[in-house]
Ligand binder design. Structure first.
Ligand code: ATP
Length: 310
């Protein structure tokens, strides 16, 4: 599907993310969980085109199933545009055309990428010149994953995931993603983790007393060494994401059997991410997974955050 793009539209591309490491602390009173995570932006993108308009409107097409995407004020991109207009005192509107490449409700931060892209696109369209710091502040108000979609690359996220410290990552990491037909609600997965922990069914040392990213993860990223990274990857949400989803457990086992170094659920799932030894190994794993009827994509990271194209 396509849309007629306005010739003067500002085009911004923002990446989806994988949580290479996701440590989840106890639930706070405000409902949020403290996180110690490492994000990596990967080459699966959202394209946002912003064109001048009197009011605010949005149209969405996609390479992925877009039936779950709201087209009203619940849409994060539209909320981003309105928040920027309000903050900067802009009286114009905007029309946003979005082409989604990141699976919806897939645990890869697609909605957050749309919001980050909309901030950058509208900032350029309206000449608001809020600067990186101003945009970061608005991003954090829109959602915990939005600041990372602005920055991209590889970064450690603490707080709710919105306090970012860039992490050095040498070279490139090859990933195979397996998409799922049915999405998972992020709040529901966190709720399930709380219940599992209450009943002592989550991982043995859960929730970790010391909520920080292990040095071994940062070292492996710095060395650009996938074989070093694979054994130290971890996702505290995985147990909660796979409950009632035996298909995910089967996919995780199959990907590793087919040659991936390791596989994890991405964020709150249900996308699974397989780290491979290089591009060739990834293509082989992708082919084998596709041969079983699964939708498998080969992507790489790290890639830059939201940026203007052309
Ligand atoms: P998270 O960032 O919580 O990991 P996710 O990657 O699992 O989220 P998203 O695709 O970002 O999932 O969307 C989660 C929900 O947010 C969707 O089910 C949808 O209802 C809502 N939503 C709001 N805006 C958007 C958007 N622009 N694109 C997709 N979903 C959106």
């Amino acid at each position: 599907m396509s849309f007629a793009r306005h010739p003067d539209a500002v085009h911004v591309r923002a990446p989806g993310k994988i949580n290479v490491y996701l440590g989840v602390g106890p639930r706070h009173d405000d409902g949020y969980h403290a996180l110690a995570t490492v994000f990596q932006a990967v080459s699966l993108y959202e394209d946002v085109y912003a064109s001048a308009s009197d009011d605010f409107s949005i149209a969405v097409v996609g390479d992925v199933d877009i039936s779950g995407v709201p087209l009203d004020d619940r849409n994060l991109a539209l909320r981003a545009a309105k928040l920027l207009a309000q903050t900067a005192g802009v009286t114009q509107g905007v029309h946003l055309d979005i082409r989604k490449g990141v699976p919806v409700a897939g645990g890869m931060g697609g909605g957050s990428a749309d919001a980050a892209a909309a901030l950058v696109a509208c900032d350029a369209l309206w000449g608001t010149e809020l600067g990186p710091r101003g945009l970061h502040e608005l991003a954090a108000r829109l959602g915990a994953d939005v600041p990372f979609a602005l920055h991209g690359g590889t970064a450690v996220g603490t707080g709710r995931g919105d306090v970012l410290t860039p992490a050095l990552a040498r070279g490139r990491f090859d990933w195979v993603l397996v998409l799922s037909d049915t999405g998972l609600s992020t709040p529901e997965v966190y709720g399930r983790l709380d219940k599992l922990r209450m009943h002592g069914e989550a991982l043995a040392d859960d929730p970790t007393e010391l909520l920080e990213v292990p040095v071994a993860v940062l070292q492996a990223l710095r060395a650009g060494d996938a074989t070093e990274l694979a054994p130290v990857m971890m996702n505290d949400l995985e147990a909660a994401a796979v409950v009632g989803r035996p298909d995910l457990e089967l996919t995780l086992a199959d990907g590793v059997r087919m040659g991936a170094l390791t596989g994890i659920v991405s964020g709150s799932g249900p996308t699974t991410a397989f780290l491979c030894g290089g591009p060739e190994a990834a293509r082989a794993v992708q082919d084998e997974l596709k041969a079983t009827g699964r939708e498998a994509l080969h992507v790489h990271g790290p890639v830059p955050g939201a940026q203007i194209i052309g």
